[in-house]
Design a protein around this ligand. Structure first.
Ligand SMILES: O=P(O)(O)OC[C@H]1O[C@H](O[C@H]2O[C@H](CO)[C@@H](O)[C@H](O)[C@H]2O)[C@H](O)[C@@H](O)[C@@H]1O
Ligand code: UDP
Length: 474
């Protein structure tokens, strides 16, 4: 290991890295960017680029307290690891879609190969005092590979997706070989108590682990580790400030002018089948069908930056949404009004915050979602004197905390249409009461609280040097 004399740091490892001056689409990048900017450290992961060979070179960058170290992936490794196993096998399985799982042994081999390359590089980048925090389903076996290389540091893992029940997880070929490697972490974090129950159930009933005191588990191989729920969050105060200053941006004023007094419904999602976009469009069409008095009075703006275009299902859903948006506008538009504005582009947070604040309704209806930070950002962006209404899927992790949103089943398009009608007609006192309750939750559980809770649980009872890292970070 290099640099044995340097002081311990937080080392964050994730496939997706939000490099300086890039718009970070995706909740993992948004959240880690906020956490690392606050306390500094090293962020290691994929550069987002392809090259002839995986990891031939480590690209280094330093910006605002954060050191970045990234590697490129070869085309073959990108196809097997990222497109193939991570997003073609694990993602649909973790989002309760076994029907979409495409399992190929060569993809699993590529996944393990890239994890090995991550482990090799990390061994050269870390010191024994560092605390490692690994993120998401792309890197499940990383700690086991580091342990094989003699790494004894505290290593935490955070899963950003939902974790389905054990009965579903066992449909994954070779599930035990892969999931059991999670026991090499010292702490496993998930978003909700539902995910935690699924994890414990899997380890206890499918992987031969036993329960110990204090939420600890003992793996079949005898390793003691802990699992707990840490609902991820946002920089609540920062987003609220950005939203209240947003009127200064010409783009926000252009949107407001273009609405011409109409109520805005907003949706912001990566273009992903887990986000329930076809059902959402259908619910909006139901609303227009049953409430002619709303024609020309309401505009739905769906921002949907393309995502994971190398996976077939993502290309299919893009075509499906283009057709559906065309039908809705074709049927209901008038010369001076298009009911649906469908935008396949990503926007920076400073503009999103202003768009959220302009919208009377935030429409967040994923079929399944680990957390969904957009729901939280929408709430934090509202004008306290005249807040909008959040409509939220019961199957987003955020629904466990934002209980005064209008909670819906996204597959029930009639229920979502009802919620839209109710939100558009909701009196100010009710809007304020619902919003205040949600804002109180987000003021308490913000990104700092999330990061501190995880890191102090990770370094509790750690060797003194590593405990000191967490104390400095806290
Ligand atoms: O990196 P990509 O393949 O472009 O995908 C973007 C991210 O999508 C997923 O985000 C999740 O993390 C959010 C924050 O915890 C959470 O709110 C959301 O429910 C999840 O879907 C994925 O888990 C990340 O690894 C990706 O970077
Ligand atoms: O045009 C966009 C669309 C989305 N986002 C950000 O991407 C993240 C999406 O996170 P979420 O947890 O809602 O879902 P994910 O994409 O991670 O599944 C949020 O912070 C959004 O603000 C963004 O910066 N620009």
């Amino acid at each position: 290991m290099a640099n044995r004399n340097t002081k311990g740091r937080l080392v964050v490892v994730s496939n997706r890295v939000a490099l300086p001056r890039q718009t970070a689409t995706g909740g993992l990048a948004s959240a880690l960017q906020a956490a690392l900017h606050e306390l500094g450290g090293l962020w290691f992961g994929w550069s987002g680029k392809l090259a002839a060979e995986t990891g031939a070179e480590v690209h280094r960058l330093h910006d605002a307290k954060v050191d970045y170290a990234t590697i490129d992936l070869s085309r073959a490794d990108h196809d097997d690891f990222y497109t193939g196993f991570a997003n073609g096998t694990l993602w649909p399985m973790l989002h309760y879609r076994p029907d979409l799982v495409d399992y190929q042994r060569s993809h699993l081999e590529g996944y393990l190969r890239v994890n090995e390359i991550f482990a090799q590089h990390l061994c050269k980048l870390i010191t024994p005092e560092d605390v490692l925090w690994v993120h998401d389903y792309h890197l499940i076996p990383l700690a086991a590979m580091l342990r094989q290389r003699g790494v004894r540091n505290r290593i935490g893992f955070f899963l950003h997706t939902p974790l389905p029940a054990a009965g579903l997880l066992i449909a994954l070929p070779n599930h035990r070989e892969l999931l059991e490697t999670l026991a090499s972490y010292d702490l496993i974090g998930v978003h909700t108590t539902r995910d935690l129950r699924a994890l414990e159930d899997y380890f206890l009933h499918e992987a031969g682990a036993s329960m110990r005191l204090g939420g600890r588990m003992r793996s079949a191989g005898g390793r003691i580790f802990r699992a707990a729920a840490f609902p991820i969050s946002i920089d609540t105060a920062g987003i609220a400030r950005t939203a209240s200053d947003a009127g200064a941006h010409k783009e926000i004023n252009q949107l407001r002018t273009s609405l011409d007094g109409r109520a805005l419904i907003i949706g912001v999602d990566r273009l992903d089948y887990s986000k329930g976009l076809p059902q959402r469009f259908e619910a909006f069409a139901r609303l227009l069908e049953r409430a002619p008095e709303l024609h020309r009075q309401v505009t739905f703006m769906q921002i949907a930056p393309p995502s994971r275009g190398s996976v077939l299902e993502y290309r299919q859903i893009r075509r499906e949404l283009e057709r559906s948006a065309g039908h809705i506008n074709g049927k209901y538009a008038t010369p001076d009004w298009a009911p649906l504005r469908y935008i396949n582009k990503s926007f920076p947070h400073r503009l999103l915050a202003g768009y959220y604040r302009t919208a009377r309704v935030g429409l967040v209806t994923p079929l399944r979602d680990g957390m969904n930070l957009v729901a939280k950002e929408y709430v934090a962006s509202q004008n306290p004197d005249d807040p909008g209404v959040l409509i939220l899927s019961r199957f987003a992790g955020a629904a466990q905390e934002l209980t005064t949103a209008l909670l819906v089943n996204p597959a029930d398009t009639e229920e979502v249409a009802d919620a839209l009608q109710r939100a558009l007609n909701m009196p100010l006192p009710e809007r304020r009461d619902r919003w205040r309750a949600m804002m109180k939750v987000l003021e308490h559980n913000d990104i700092t609280f999330w990061r501190k809770s995880f890191l102090s649980a990770l370094t509790e009872k750690a060797p003194v040097a590593q405990r000191r890292v967490a104390e400095t970070l806290g």
